[in-house]
Design a protein around this ligand. Structure first.
Ligand SMILES: Nc1ncnc2c1ncn2[C@@H]1O[C@H](COP(=O)(O)OP(=O)(O)OP(=O)(O)O)[C@@H](O)[C@H]1O
Length: 693
């Protein structure tokens, strides 16, 4: 079939499928508004089906794979789309859901005559691929068709035209789904089985965040009977980032997944018994003033996030539990006595796995029950005696100490075992802070851990946990989340080369993965970067080399663009030149999103003022910002992590702003750009760039 007749054939098929979809939509009646529960449930299902059909109506599918399962049968065309659509009168599928096992062939197949296989619920299915076709449907019309494989035809080295087309597009203020162009190495991660803690080390722009979100959609489809969206949670570094990624899951037809930050989650888990101490703001401390790598290494955050610190807390908890019961007997009335050994026996045998303070409550209830049964056995009715015994019970109960997470944490600061880990000054400050009901970010994991050990959590266990930018997590933070699951099912993703929060995060994935048994965890690496042009990636890779040995450069998908410019300007002209550049880019009309990245929040304020004076509408991103609106943005480089912009200006690439220790920070800045990157400096340029030019 030549290209023209293939196009006609596909156009006809598309019309048929759209006709079917419209017919099915037309048959869905009005919504049920009555009180009957069963009817309400049915209505909900119908509504979900209607929503899926509406999505399918715009772009029913994006790919076709002709697969021959049996040598006797002809190859069967499978059309793959965001949601499956069944034929109205049969079990035939008009569109196969991208998450279905057979659809994995579409993503995994990269050519060749050999048989291929996929895993179905009934076992391995083997067969031959006859055709792999990409179809671009926009607003219900077929726009483009590209065959990347036809059996029996000489293979040309086709670069993935669709992928390049997608990557060349301008971006708005939200991350998008990539179902039509998921790459083989990404698909493998997305389809990894549920009961694993999957660690993903990926270079900047390799699609980690995107892949993790697609994995959630896959898990919900594949394990629909076992997991629920309401019991899944995504952790992201800040609320602005959550806003930025908020479009992907709805695009994939997934709702109701909790999306939060570790600190918000921790405060809630602590039932808001503590508040954040604003005077201990880590971003302000570490990024607004020059700090050395050594300072980061020795920070209290790294110590408090370590497993050694957790072990010290475990020891304290054991000690507290061992000393929980009074040593004297419980004697509510003369000749009515319960020896401590008996009470200890109850504690040792009752609900052993339960949180400690819950067991304390149980012991007190059991003492009460014991007292009441003694009264009964002795036929005691005297109210005065009873009240006397009750007072004794209350007094005895008070001797069994009750702790809150904060009170125990404060007590731990006096413990000798902690003395080795934390300097006296840190311990005193921590104790003072916690006693006032305040916590710094570094206190949250220990506090949550203690809370969970003392009281547990009044919520169902999480079915799946996603942690983005996990290189900034401490082992203790991960441990606190692990406690909220019955079995490990996590997607933990990040890039050690972007680990700018060295005062809190990890140096090696082993620090986190060693919390899991080997068979419960998996490790993947993503080396290809999809975000930026080859020029930008190569420039950023040079900056990366400033980190020293052992760095892993990103591999570009071949997409050439404009050169990276490093421009020297006089300090007096720097802000004006930045404004002029933004203006020129804006007038050029090629870029929807432009960012100016300043080294500090303070420098961003000055840039923002200059842009405003030049008549440019820009938003300045500040710490704790909730939303990202796209357009022109001025943002401190350390808050830009995870985001991306069509064009980026690094406002101050001077040696004073970026010391050799700041390679990761500058790397983060450079890798935010999709199509254009320009760096300005007015003093000596940072050595990180000198080395690269
Ligand atoms: N297979 C793909 N097809 C099309 N676009 C892709 C693909 N994979 C990634 N991208 C695009 O690459 C960009 C980077 O993706 P994403 O933000 O998920 O990467 P990341 O690894 O989390 O990056 P970073 O670590 O720098 O924050 C996004 O614009 C995303 O849409």
């Amino acid at each position: 079939m030549n290209a023209q007749s293939a196009f006609q054939h596909e156009t006809k098929r598309l019309e048929d499928v759209l006709g079917q979809i419209n017919k099915q939509l037309g048959k869905i009646g009005p919504r049920y508004t009555g009180d009957d529960f069963t009817e309400q449930m049915l209505d909900l299902q119908t509504e979900q089906r209607r929503e899926r059909l509406e999505v399918s109506k715009k772009e029913p599918y994006f790919g076709r794979l002709d697969f021959q399962e049996d040598a006797e049968d002809a190859a069967k065309p499978l059309y793959i789309g965001k949601a499956g659509v069944a034929h109205e009168n049969s079990n035939d599928l008009l569109v196969v859901d991208w998450r279905a096992p057979v659809a994995s062939l579409f993503y995994a197949f990269s050519g060749g005559e050999s048989p291929v296989a996929y895993e179905s619920p009934d076992g391995t299915v083997e067969g031959l691929v006859h055709l792999k076709r990409n179809l671009m449907v926009r607003d219900s019309a077929l726009e483009r068709l590209v065959d990347s494989y036809t059996r029996g035809q000489e293979e040309e080295a086709v670069t993935d035209e669709f992928l390049l087309y997608r990557l060349g597009e301008s971006k708005d203020n939200k991350l998008r789904d990539i179902v039509s162009t998921i790459q083989q190495e990404q698909d493998k991660i997305i389809r990894t089985e549920k009961n694993k803690a999957v660690f993903i080390q990926g270079v900047a722009g390799s699609g980690k965040t995107t892949v993790a979100l697609h994995r959630l959609a896959f898990l919900l489809y594949q394990y629909a009977d076992r997991i629920r969206a309401e019991r899944m949670v995504i952790f992201a570094p800040n609320r602005m980032f959550l806003d930025y990624i908020s479009g992907v899951l709805p695009e994939l037809g997934v709702g109701d997944i909790l999306q939060t930050t570790y600190s918000d989650w921790a405060l809630e888990t602590l039932q808001n018994t503590v508040r954040m101490d604003d005077s201990a703001d880590a971003l302000e401390y570490w990024f607004e003033h020059p700090r050395t790598r050594q300072e980061m290494e020795q920070s209290s955050g790294r110590q408090k996030g370590s497993i050694r610190f957790k072990e010290a807390i475990d020891a304290k908890l054991r000690e507290m539990e061992a000393a929980l019961l009074p040593t004297e007997p419980f004697e509510p009335l003369p000749r009515m006595k319960l020896v401590p050994g008996k009470i200890a026996e109850w504690l040792a045998t009752d609900e052993v796995g339960e949180p400690i303070m819950r067991r304390r409550e149980r012991i007190i209830s059991r003492l009460k029950r014991w007292l009441e049964s003694e009264w009964k056995a002795r036929g005691l009715t005297d109210k005065k005696l009873k009240s006397q015994a009750t007072s004794k019970l209350n007094a005895y109960g008070k001797k069994i100490p009750s702790y809150t997470a904060a009170s125990l944490y404060a007590a731990i600061m006096d413990d000798e075992a902690v003395g080795d880990l934390l300097p006296a000054k840190v311990r005193t400050e921590t104790k003072k802070r916690v006693k006032k009901g305040l916590a710094a970010a570094e206190d949250l994991a220990p506090l949550v851990y203690i809370q969970l050990r003392l009281f547990g959590r009044d919520q169902p266990a999480y079915d799946h946990v996603v942690i983005d930018e996990a290189q900034d997590y401490s082992p203790f933070q991960l441990e606190s989340l692990r406690l909220c699951q019955r079995q490990p099912s996590m997607t933990v993703l990040g890039d050690l080369q972007q680990g700018i929060h060295g005062y809190a995060g990890i140096h090696s994935w082993l620090e986190l993965s060693s919390l899991f048994a080997l068979e419960d965890s998996g490790y993947f690496e993503l080396d290809r970067s999809y975000r930026s042009t080859t020029e930008i990636i190569e420039f950023a890779n040079q900056v990366l080399r400033g980190m020293g040995d052992g760095v892993k450069p990103a591999v570009p998908v071949f997409r050439s663009g404009e050169p990276v410019d490093v421009t020297h300007v006089a300090e007096t002209e720097r802000l004006t030149r930045i404004a002029q550049t933004v203006q020129a880019w804006q007038q050029g009309g090629s870029y929807k999103t432009i960012a100016v990245l300043g080294r500090t929040a303070q420098s961003c304020e000055a840039i923002g003022d200059q842009l405003q004076a030049s008549g440019i509408t820009a938003s300045i991103v500040r710490n704790k910002q909730e939303a990202y609106g796209g357009g022109i943005t001025v943002v401190p480089v350390y808050l830009a992590k995870g985001l991306e912009f069509d064009a980026v200006i690094i406002a101050d690439s001077d040696a004073d702003s970026y010391s050799p220790d700041d390679a990761k920070l500058l790397y983060v800045g450079c890798t935010r750009a999709l199509h254009k990157l320009e760096l300005f400096h007015s003093g000596e340029v940072t050595t990180l760039i000198q080395a690269s030019s």
